[in-house]
Ligand binder design. Structure first.
Ligand code: SF4
Length: 255
């Protein structure tokens, strides 16, 4: 089996310490699904960079293995990630696949029983969610405490494939404060990174900007058949470079 060619990209966040990213890209990418490994590598590199910057400021990141506090939250994923997650589930051996699919079904049933399913479907069908509406949906979702269908023994069972929102999540407050999310006093300290691959991917067609499409992870399996990717073939390195250009438009100094 031949491996994909490796390419190196230099990202200049602040003009002081460029981020060097080495990643594999396919010779030809049919859609952003084919460049997801590079996008995931980029998100991980941004996370590592933020953690190092925090360390220099004497702050430490609380997130780590065995802390699943954030895995009961509404995790927003792009249409591309929903398709990817559906493919990951399809590739699982039957007993595991059936377990995961049952968890998805139970979670969706609980949303329905709580009267939240229709509101989520309605809310996320829009291309832009008002922050107030999103916050209300997140709080209602959190109150149900539905564990992510991929959570097993307090750990992510699809760690290499986890969505960008999970890769970006980073807090510096004590884990116990995450357990009280959306309470009267929202006291956890969340880190915002200098670049946002998740929002970029949600608005990326493969060649340029498209209408943003985001949905809750728990609905990704049922929605996947209706998310038909438009083929937009480009050499993998060119598609990834376009993705980086789009992301660069929203670079901010945060950490
Ligand atoms: S995908 Fe993994 S990290 Fe993300 S919420 Fe689910 S279990 Fe947690």
């Amino acid at each position: 089996m031949t491996s994909n060619p490796r390419r190196t990209f230099i990202l200049d966040f602040d003009g002081e310490s460029p981020l060097r990213l080495d990643c594999e890209l396919p010779a030809m990418a049919r859609s952003p699904l084919d460049i997801l490994p590079a996008v995931f590598a980029l998100a991980d590199a941004i996370h590592t960079r933020s953690a190092a910057a925090l360390g220099r400021m004497g702050r430490t990141v609380s997130c780590g293995p065995g802390c699943p506090a954030c895995c009961n939250q509404l995790v927003p994923v792009s249409a591309w990630e929903a398709l990817h997650l559906a493919a990951v589930i399809r590739s699982m051996e039957p007993p595991r696949r059936h377990r995961v699919v049952r968890r998805f079904a139970r979670g969706v049933e609980r949303l329905n029983d709580a009267g939240l399913l229709a509101a989520l479907e309605r809310g996320f069908r829009r291309h832009t969610l008002e922050p107030r509406v999103l916050a209300g949906l997140q709080r209602a979702y959190w109150n149900l405490r539905i564990p992510c269908p991929f959570l097993e023994a307090n750990a992510c069972s699809i760690h290499p494939h986890r969505p960008l929102a999970c890769r970006a999540y980073m807090v510096t407050s004590a884990p116990a404060r995450c357990a009280a999310l959306y309470g009267a006093e929202q006291s956890h300290e969340i880190v915002l990174h200098a670049a946002d691959p998740a929002s970029t991917l949600a608005a990326f067609s493969g060649v340029g900007i498209t209408r943003t499409r985001v949905l809750p992870l728990l609905l990704s399996l049922s929605a996947a058949p209706s998310l038909r990717p438009e083929p937009a073939p480009l050499p993998g390195d060119r598609m990834f470079a376009r993705f980086l250009d789009l992301m660069a438009a929203s670079f901010v100094r945060r950490v």
